[in-house]
Design a protein around this ligand. Structure first.
Ligand code: 13P
Ligand code: SF4
Length: 301
């Protein structure tokens, strides 16, 4: 199937089914090209509440599609591949969080958006990489259990006067971005500015020139007077960066950070998803309501 045929097929199916397509920045370029809205996890969560169409197709990983269903329960929310999971979200186990809450009854639970609905339901407030510091600062507690990304939590905890209990979780894609993997590229391009996602390990966030969420990295490249960047995040982000800043030179660490889970959404699977209306996201009502309360607490903060 060539891309033109694919685009046409998707346009036709979207009309026929009354569907809206959301895609995360880490999606394949073919998918980003046919999406109605592309964003990072915060932008996508906000968008979920403003969709008129009957069907929402979420091109991303499963926890993201769950957010769409939580925030728009009357919509039919579909994900083109049911097993597109998030390895970081898998590291937050419900029973372990229940245990931690009992051990620290005076702490508030701040859950990173990369968690499943059952974890969000046990949390006081959600945050994304774009607003984590603000949420941690504003939540009314001196003690926080932050679940599950230890790198992101430790990065922000440094500048907060709060006790932050770190979870032993990390994103294997970002955690693999070592300073060596950046140095290998920097040696050939000493003039490149290093920008990284806060899920990277401390040895990287401490030395980078700029640390920010996916959308903050895109904005930084667009607005910066510099010409050349080493981008320490998932390679899909470069598609949007190139669009926003076509004259800038963008480089990736060596090896290239790539999330296999995000890439499980393919053109063929997207077509099948629309044609057969699979895979539908469903969440048990009580869990969805509790998770929604934690997400809305984030919007309020
Ligand atoms: P963003 O919040 O920057 O979209 O990140 C989501 C994610 O999965 C990072 O690995
Ligand atoms: Fe999850 Fe990491 Fe993939 Fe993001 S890049 S979806 S945190 S595994």
């Amino acid at each position: 199937m060539n891309l033109e045929n694919f685009k046409e097929t998707i346009q036709k199916l979207k009309k026929e089914k009354d569907a809206f397509i959301l895609a995360h920045y880490y999606q394949r370029p073919e998918i980003q090209k046919v999406a109605d809205f592309i964003g990072d996890s915060l932008e996508l969560s906000r968008m979920c509440t403003n969709i008129e169409q009957k069907i929402v197709v979420f091109c991303g990983v499963y926890f993201m599609a769950e957010i769409a269903k939580i925030l728009a329960p009357d919509k039919k929310v579909l994900i083109p591949y049911r097993n597109a999971g998030c390895l970081l979200a898998d590291m937050a186990i419900k029973e372990e969080l229940e245990k931690a809450k009992k051990e620290h009854p005076d702490a508030k639970v701040v859950a990173y958006v990369n968690t499943y609905a059952e974890i969000k339901a046990l949390s006081n407030v959600i945050c994304t990489s774009a607003n984590a510091k603000e949420v941690m600062q504003k939540v009314k507690a001196d003690k926080i259990i932050f679940v599950p990304d230890k790198n992101l939590a430790a990065y922000h905890a440094k500048s907060l006067e709060k006790e932050v209990i770190l979870w032993d979780g990390y994103c294997p894609v970002h955690n693999r971005i070592t300073w060596d993997s950046i140095e290998r590229v920097k040696q050939k391009h000493p003039d490149a500015v290093v920008i990284v996602h806060p899920e990277c390990p401390p040895e990287v966030t401490e030395r980078a020139d700029f640390v920010g969420s996916t959308s903050q990295l895109v904005k930084f490249v667009k607005e910066s007077p510099h010409e050349k960047f080493i981008v320490g995040t998932e390679e899909g982000t470069l598609f949007k960066m190139k669009k926003e800043a076509p004259n800038k030179k963008l480089l990736l660490p060596d090896p290239i950070p790539l999330c296999d889970q995000m890439k499980m959404i393919t053109p063929e699977r997207l077509i099948r998803c629309l044609e057969e209306e699979i895979y539908e996201v469903e969440i048990e009502q009580e869990t969805a309501e509790k998770a929604k309360a934690a997400i809305e607490a984030m919007f309020r903060l």
